[in-house]
Design a protein around this ligand. Sequence first.
Ligand SMILES: [Zn+2]
Length: 252
Amino acid sequence: MKIHHLRSATLLLTLGEHRLLVDPMLGDAGSMPGFKFFGGGRRPNPLVPLPPETKACLDQATGVILTHVHPDHLDTAGKEWIRARGLPVWASRKDVPSLKRKGLDARELRDGALGMAVEVIPAKHGRGLSGWLMGPVSGYHLAHPGEPSVYMTSDAVLTEDLLAALDRLRPDVVIAPAGSANFGLGDILFSVDELVTLARRAPKDVVLNHLEALDHCPTTRAALGKRMAAEGLAARVHIPSDGEALHFEKRA
Ligand SMILES: [Zn+2]
């Protein structure tokens, strides 16, 4: 399995014969308005351009996976690119109808899709009012027979349900968003403390993304790396730079 991190939540996931583009936000830097509505610091998004490796990754893609349809996971440029390529878009049951209305070849990501065991794990994208405003999102556990298993939590805060999913599924690799996003109305992504709890509970590797690309995600890679090292988690927690590829082998 290869996770080629591109920017924020966008990555190319190589799983067996599949090259799956996850959550494509493909617009140029500054192509969207800021998301930080309260508390100052609002700037146009994305904050940074895509890395030079992007085109080679996009050219390989055989399909798209969407965890949810917020604009930092599917933007206008992402939609246009998918339509031009005519690739299938694997999404939760809830998101399939709206994606079809956008002219995309949307298909439900469920068990057996892509020839592998799939479990959809509902997640909470915030607490209280913020969580309600964000709406439901879906994490996915993908278990390709020849590859390490991977659990993408989607944009989420830490819940007992999410920890229970980790305990039950024992994923080889967890991919989690780490920018500690907030609109100024409370957290809508894992706090750094919650990421420490998640990494301790994860059985093996953890990949942290959704960093340093959006105005409402204040956590930096440097601060996160320092904290994970202080917690003794640096060997298992990976924080890729934009354009960096991570390789994982199936355990015997
Ligand atoms: Zn997001």
